[in-house]
Design a protein around this ligand. Structure first.
Ligand SMILES: C[S@@+](CC[C@H](N)C(=O)[O-])C[C@H]1O[C@@H](n2cnc3c(N)ncnc32)[C@H](O)[C@@H]1O
Length: 495
């Protein structure tokens, strides 16, 4: 999407060759392979356990467009051919310098002419603070081999340190408590892989780019557009650094200094390609727009022409609220808020806005086109290369093949939706997702869940207490089944 927006001509992903370096159990690769059956996906990972798990999922999902290799990425050479997209997520910072160089060599030698490489890594200065905690946890757990015990002990140490400085008014106490809180909430897997991994070599953006440039690659951008947009920074920063807008690499480095950035997801391409970051609304014609915004007031209670600002919450953004004065933009956000999992062509939205405001299409277009790019770059509107439509209501709902595999075979509390997003699920939704395979109506589903409760395979809780009364149980199950199906449809978990 970013490549296309910046005027590159990457191969449409629907027919592309994709390579993932360090694919682990295929958490990234397999959902994409399902979504793009005509594209081909190759994954490589050193770990036999991970590749076996990925193979098992590949077989269960009947995927014929995936090839998995259990070996070191250092084995990749020109015989592997060229790939249109190369993904290296969660690997670069956790390998030695030689392997880092090999990753960048692959991104050059095995990338097609218009191809794009994605490399994520821990960034400085943000990781300096995290590194301090890593070193303490590392010291504390240096003689422990068992991974679970390592995590328990590491978290235990941080709790003690955090409690020790509680109530102290010092920079160190604040810092320690904030970081400890972050780690306390992190999953064990994350902590083991990230903070407690043997190698963890964060780097400054400029260092990463110096190395990438010396390997014949150039910077395209970050996957999150809003993080590259200077206007999202405070005015003192903008006034000082806006003269650098032609030197994106330096500007990005100063942004990292100001935001204490700790992670980057960088897109690279061949140095010969022409990257055009001057994006105007004319580029929008081939994209779709969507948004996850929640209006503070219901549409029925507002006058869209009113000069007073209206407020919209942005639950997934860093900026949590936006105030809007322009009637056309208020209307646009109301339309998008009605269904966050629905994307529209810009032209389509302009028509809907004009209809709602009873104004001329050309008028609405003029205003929307003036502001739409800013809304996108600020992260208020999402740009997608494909149309997003939640599945239609079904009498016998059916969870997607991947979701069914994830809830039946894997012990995890999240699933991957049809747009490749990770969606956390609660116990009831998990049970419903296990049972919806396109053969049961809602009442039959509720019957089955009641049976599970009777057989004590599932416990229905109300305010943390088991619900014992049979009639109350049935009412609650009916309500929860309906709610879960609606949720599953809205979260795009259904076929
Ligand atoms: C955190 S996991 C990456 C997960 C995956 N990319 C994803 O996003 O779901 C890092 C993986 O890199 C693999 N790895 C590390 N060094 C490697 C090497 N030299 N060659 C191939 N795989 C490697 C590890 O075995 C591990 O499975």
């Amino acid at each position: 999407m970013i490549g296309k927006l910046f005027d590159l001509q990457p191969k449409p992903v629907e027919k592309a060759r994709v390579l993932e370096l360090g694919c682990a159990s295929g958490g990234n690769l397999l959902p994409q392979a399902i979504h793009y059956p005509e594209a081909s996906f190759t994954g490589i990972d050193l770990s036999l356990v991970e590749i076996k798990e990925a193979e098992r999922a590949k077989q269960a999902l009947g995927l014929e467009n995936v090839t998995l290799h259990c070996e070191s990425l250092s084995k990749i050479d020109e015989t592997w051919g060229k790939f249109d997209y190369i993904i290296c997520h969660g690997v670069y910072s956790w390998v030695n310098k030689k392997t880092q160089e090999k990753i960048l060599n692959i991104c050059r030698d095995n990338l097609s002419k218009e191809g794009l490489a994605f490399v994520s890594y821990n960034a400085l200065p943000g990781w300096n603070i995290t590194r301090m905690l890593r070193e303490m946890m590392f010291y504390h757990t240096r003689y422990i081999d068992d991974p679970q015990e390592k995590v328990t002990q590491a978290k235990g140490l941080l709790r003690v340190l955090s409690d020790t400085v509680a109530g102290q008014k010092s920079y160190y106490a604040d810092l320690l408590q904030t970081e400890c809180q972050f780690i306390e909430n992190a999953s064990d897997i994350y902590l083991l892989h990230d903070h407690l991994a043997e190698h963890n070599n964060p780097c400054y953006f400029y260092q990463f780019m110096d190395l990438a440039t010396s390997h014949g690659l150039q910077y395209v951008g970050e996957t999150q557009l809003s993080l590259m947009y200077l206007a999202n920074m405070p005015s003192v920063f903008i006034n000082t650094f806006q003269s650098l807008t032609n030197d994106v690499l330096r500007l990005e480095q100063y942004m990292d200094f100001a935001t204490n950035r700790r992670f980057r997801q960088t897109l690279l391409t061949h140095k010969e390609a022409t990257v055009n970051r001057r994006v105007g609304p004319e580029r929008l014609a081939s994209f779709y727009l969507s948004a996850y915004v929640v209006p503070k007031q219901p549409l029925a209670k507002v006058n869209l022409w009113d000069e007073e600002p209206l407020y919209f919450d942005l639950p997934l953004q860093q900026v949590k609220q936006v105030a809007v004065k322009i009637p056309e933009i208020k209307t646009l956000l109301y339309i998008l808020s009605e269904n966050p999992y629905h994307s529209y062509r810009c032209e389509e939205l302009i028509k809907l806005v004009a209809e709602k405001l009873k104004t001329e299409i050309e008028e609405a277009k003029k205003v929307i086109m003036t502001h739409v790019m800013d809304l996108i770059l600020r992260g208020f509107l999402n740009l997608t290369p494909e149309v997003l439509r939640p599945s239609a209501e079904q009498v016998c709902p059916c969870a997607s093949k991947l979701v069914r595999y994830q809830v039946q075979e894997l012990k995890q509390t999240w699933v991957t939706n049809n747009r490749h997003e990770v969606v956390p699920i609660d116990a009831f939704l998990k049970l419903v997702l296990q049972l919806i395979d396109g053969t049961r109506e809602l009442e039959q589903l509720a019957d089955l869940i009641m049976l599970r409760i009777e057989q004590e395979d599932f416990q229905l809780l109300c305010d943390g207490e088991p619900l014992e009364d049979k009639e109350e149980q049935r009412d609650e199950v009916n309500r929860l089944v309906e709610e879960s199906i609606l949720k599953a449809r809205r979260l795009d978990l259904l076929e």
